[in-house]
Unconditional design. Structure first.
Lengths: 351, 332
């Protein structure tokens, strides 16, 4: 395993250590018995390790089905890992026992979901939605104190305290996402897991939410695990980035370095696939192929059928993580030095 | 309005108005917009949710459903009005000359028929080929849109295709009758980035080879920059800016376009804060008088709140904004 060295002077708040998650996708028992169909397991997360220094943003990117959302759910405890551990301040989250201890841990991490229409109870008033974590964790006593805290939270996310009396349907998508953020902040968490928080929003609203998230991080010292498929959003918000493909973390590293010197052929392909908004006419390798089914991933390196640099070894043997200047990469071609180096001339800021 | 180059306009939309009738009165979803698409030209129509871009597309292909209806203006295809045609006549023109690609490929395909049957049916309806020739043509089309092993896959059902492959089938379906205009409404939105890049490349190649004009409706400025020749930016049911893509992307004129471009995060673009347009697009029942953008506009002045600006030439583009032009009310 690669040593997960983080920048000096920073301690990791959250670590995933060799994390795996398998889902049973077998046909029903009768079909197995009568038709002789075998059990089937889907490896959604395959030995993934990373660490998130306190006060920073770590993003996971990848295409649909790469397992990034499953990692998010594992980290907050919505799924139980099939293997590996999640460490919060160095303690294994699975080893925390007892209701009190679990609740104390839980309130320190919160989640923001993609769909602000599905994640808010339509029958509750906004004030009750935001107050739920406060009441559940008994953080404050008395209705006045709770109401004052809710008003403060609503203002913090750019809503008016009077909005607390309204129902979610009275708000637009962006405002609903602000409500989700206010609810997530209600228990004074240190760590937020954000699963595609802006994917359902228009770009101008996305800008508002991203600006809000950055401001809150600065003001409250929050640590983010950010899940997204949008590389430009990830570049904007992240300190560290991990690229996932079919359940494996194929490359991770410091965000600026990773975007400037992408190592793994998949990372390079993803970067080449971004529409060229500035119309620089930069040369790009055409993207080919599709993500194979995660139920029957290709042997060896999962990316080899789409990889222009695949060799026999790639088809047989899964690559191990190899430390790079700013992170790690899992690729035989990189290890053997077969890969042409790429220095992407990142476009300059717009005039 | 002036189309680029000397191309004769294939589609002309003049002062189009689309209304939605409701119990609480009539809402104006598309408010007096005019644009043209030249032969073989790709016009991008960009805007955020509720800007009226999809309704404009639906109006052009005559697929507005109640309670939406065209309440004014004219749509001309190759010089002839098509917005007031009886259903059967419109259906024939649409089938023969206008292809459609929608966001969700699964809803555009019939799950009960094989891909081949859907393709050959369309080819047979709009052309005079024998059944055998139609099947050959269907296989050619599938090959053309990049579906491997087309001879085998033609007999499969839509559910046997992945999302990206399905969208390719939908594009093949739109190309069946060799249309002169393709209306594509968010054709890449439901797809992953790597598939999106492939579909954009495919659309570009097909327009070039078939010489078809495209009306590309999307919320994604990146897709427009990659594909379109010209772009129309919509806000609250109106076109606020229209011009050559490079010009609109590099030097947006209308304050809304400026804000929109600034709010897009870019790889390699290091900013602590993205440009933020305060507030949200107005609801259809609360569109402010004057310029619809005035409450959110950093440059708004008295006139913006009173009089609606019309599209006026600003160097290479046109913008509907009182900041530009002499402010002389010009029309027609």
């Amino acid at each position: 395993m690669v040593e997960r060295q983080v920048a000096e002077g920073q301690t990791a708040l959250v670590e995933a250590d060799d994390l795996s998650k398998l889902f049973d996708v077998s046909p029903p028992l009768l079909n197995r018995l009568l038709q002789g169909k075998p059990r089937a397991l889907l490896t959604a997360v395959d030995h993934v390790s990373f660490s998130i220094p306190r006060g920073t943003t770590f993003s996971l990117v990848g295409e649909s089905g790469c397992g990034k959302s499953t990692v998010a759910r594992l980290v907050v405890g919505l799924h139980r890992p099939s293997g590996g551990r999640i460490l919060f301040e160095g303690t294994d989250m699975a080893a925390v026992r007892g209701r009190g201890a679990v609740a104390r841990l839980r309130k320190r991490l919160q989640m923001i979901f993609q769909d602000p229409y599905a994640s808010l109870n339509p029958r509750w008033r906004v004030a009750d939605i935001v107050a739920e974590p406060i009441r559940a964790h008994r953080l404050l006593e008395g209705r006045r104190a709770v109401a004052a805290r809710v008003a403060e939270l609503l203002e913090q996310v750019g809503l008016a305290p009077s909005d607390g009396g309204k129902f979610p349907h009275e708000f637009s998508g962006g405002q609903r996402q602000r409500i989700s953020i206010a609810r997530a902040l209600a228990s004074n968490p240190e760590f937020l897991v954000c699963d595609e928080p802006t994917s359902a929003l228009d770009v101008s609203v996305q800008a508002q939410i991203l600006n809000l998230m950055k401001r809150l991080q600065r003001d409250l010292g929050l640590t983010y695990l950010f899940i997204s498929h949008d590389l430009a959003v990830v570049y904007h918000i992240s300190d560290f980035v991990g690229v996932m493909y079919l359940g494996r973390l194929v490359e991770w590293g410091e965000a600026r370095a990773l975007f400037r010197h992408p190592q793994h052929p998949y990372t390079r392909m993803l970067l080449d696939a971004i529409p060229d908004l500035e119309m620089t006419g930069r040369p790009r390798t055409p993207v080919a192929g599709e993500v194979p089914s995660p139920i029957a991933p290709p042997p060896g390196c999962h990316f080899h059928p789409r990889c222009p640099f695949a060799s026999d070894r790639c088809r047989r043997e899964a690559p191990r993580a190899l430390a790079t200047a700013a992170g790690a990469v899992s690729c035989h071609a990189v290890e053997e030095g077969r890969l042409p180096p790429v220095e992407r001339s990142l476009q300059r800021a717009k005039s | 309005m002036t189309p680029v180059s000397g191309n004769r306009p294939l589609l002309q939309v003049e002062d189009l108005r689309v209304e939605i009738r409701g119990r609480r009165g009539t809402l104006v979803a598309v408010d007096g917009i005019s644009f043209e698409i030249g032969e073989g030209e790709v016009l991008g129509v960009v805007g955020e949710s509720g800007a009226g871009k999809s309704l404009t597309g639906a109006a052009v292909i005559g697929l507005l459903e109640p309670p939406c209806r065209i309440a004014g203006g004219a749509i001309r295809f190759a010089g002839d009005r098509i917005d007031d045609l009886p259903y059967e006549k419109l259906r024939r023109i649409r089938g023969r000359h206008i292809g459609m690609v929608f966001q969700d490929p699964l809803t555009s395909l019939n799950p009960l028929y094989t891909v081949g049957r859907q393709l050959t049916e369309t080819i047979l309806t709009h052309g005079d080929l024998s059944e055998k020739a139609a099947r050959r043509r269907a296989i050619e089309l599938l090959q053309e849109v990049g579906i491997p092993a087309a001879e085998r896959r033609i007999d499969q059902y839509p559910h046997e295709f992945s999302g990206g492959m399905r969208q390719r089938v939908v594009i093949a379906l739109a190309l069946c009758a060799n249309p002169r205009l393709i209306v594509a409404d968010e054709p890449t939105t439901a797809l992953d980035v790597s598939i999106q890049a492939q579909i954009i490349g495919l659309l570009k190649r097909l327009c070039r080879e078939h010489g078809a004009a495209v009306m590309l409706i999307t919320h994604d400025m990146g897709v427009i920059a990659e594909t379109a020749d010209r772009v129309a930016v919509m806000y609250a049911g109106r076109i606020v800016e229209v011009g050559p893509v490079a010009e609109v992307v590099r030097r947006p004129r209308h304050p809304y376009t400026v804000g929109l471009m600034g709010s897009i995060p870019l790889v390699g673009h290091d900013v602590e804060r993205l440009t933020q347009i305060e507030g949200a697009m107005p609801r259809l029942d609360a569109i402010p008088p004057g310029c619809a953008f005035n409450p959110r506009c950093p440059h708004a002045f008295v006139r913006c709140r009173q009089e609606r600006p019309l599209l006026e030439p600003v160097e290479l583009t046109e913008a509907a904004c009182w900041l530009y032009g002499e402010g002389e009310r010009q029309r027609g």
